[in-house]
Design a protein around this ligand. Sequence first.
Ligand code: NOJ
Length: 512
Amino acid sequence: MGKRPEWLETAVFYEIYPQSFKDTDGDGIGNFKGITEKLSYIKELGCNAIWMNPCFESPFGDAGYDVADYYKAAPRYGSNEDLEELFAEAHKLGMHVLLDLVPGHTSWDHPWFKESQKAEKNEFTDRYIWTDSIWESPEGYASLRGISDRDGSCLVNFFTHQPALNYGFYKPDRPWQQAMDAEGPMATRNEMKKIMSYWLSKGCDGFRVDMAGSLVKNDDEGKGTIALWQDIRSFLDKEFPEAVLVSEWGEPDKSIEGGFHMDFLLHFGPSHYNDLFRCDRPFFAGKGDASEFVAKYLDSYNKADGRGLICIPSGNHDMDRLAKYIKGDDAKMAFAFLLSMPGAPYIYYGDEIGMRYVEGLTSKEGGYNRTGSRSPMQWNRSKNAGFSEGDKADLYIPIDPDENRPTVEESMADEASLLNEIRRLTAIRSAHKAFRNSAGMEFVCDGAQGKPLAYIRSAENEKILVVLNPADSDHVFNDIRVKELIYVLGEKPENKESGLVVKAKSMFFSKI
Ligand code: NOJ
């Protein structure tokens, strides 16, 4: 892998769900111009990078994760040129933008899939994974059957309308399973390289890659998929060495080996991420236990082994909003954690003002229970919360109906708001080398059963102790003393003879 681009060292990401961020043309759906208009807001929050969910031509059966043309921006967001302008304006502010690449599947409306369904052989026959006969369905995978003149079942990657692109099988064991280096799989891989080149040449800074570990089939240990990404990375290293790759994989030993710069902790699977934020007794609400999370996190951290970063998001478009479980000072503590840990922090739009999970919404564009976390951004108290000048009935998803819903404008004016706390925290993060994304980290206390979560971040000569104590009781560390407090919320800790007394419901960062 080439060198990690310098800017990733201090990157703090803001995730934008483009549909719901800011609408400038009154059609009730957010757009590129709206995002461009709000870049300085994002920058002032302390975020210098953006991950934008898929924004390509699509029937939107899965909010755009069902692409119908990888080379064309969805007209509802604007033109390709508008997107280029967004990149250029972000760069002027010293910010970077990652697009969301969906290489594992397309929409069943993609012209490639239409061609692939034809009985006669053509260029796209092997773009997807088909069995030889409709009577054979691929074992272990869902499939589309009885939909085409072509005889065969077609393997699906996620929803039924998302047929899997063909990158081959690590160990083909049926006649219809092609090897990774067969002509069809190689053509798919080359097309993906072309798509990446296209957007990188237009000014995007890289990609968050959807289901990055899903590409090669019959690949339990991920060896084929790792090799495939290594090939893509070496292609990028030659053509676009600065291009950043972030994976939705959740297995940093594999993703980093494949050439990704960063991977995410996933909210599903074994990460215990939800123990902190989203469960009946979340750690940051002062009731839970963080120790299993710490053990799992350490495992991921060690697997990334300094070669890459493992990132923790405040939320995303797939999970319940943080504010459903954690509020007030507890939310501030959750952000103090997110903004003091290694890896690049990711703030999901609206989490900075404590936007709620909106209950009871009808599913929109394949959102289902995720729809409540995708409602329009609440900018102010004007029409449609300042999101859109359009008719209320045309809004992509209804605005949170709560009269007391938080807004950006009010949060900015309130010194004690979550938003202003986040600004202070991002400023502290950027002022200290020990808080750089790849600076060292060592846990001091694992947040088990009423204990605080504590860790030391370090770089060069700087060592910063972070202590987060959401519990209702004080805690004493016998062998630690604080030297110079650089951030405190709640009561200050005290150096006593018996040790360092950390007050209930308090947190601090201190040089040691
Ligand atoms: C993960 C994305 O985050 C999610 O929103 C999407 O539905 C699936 N991948 C399928 O692409």
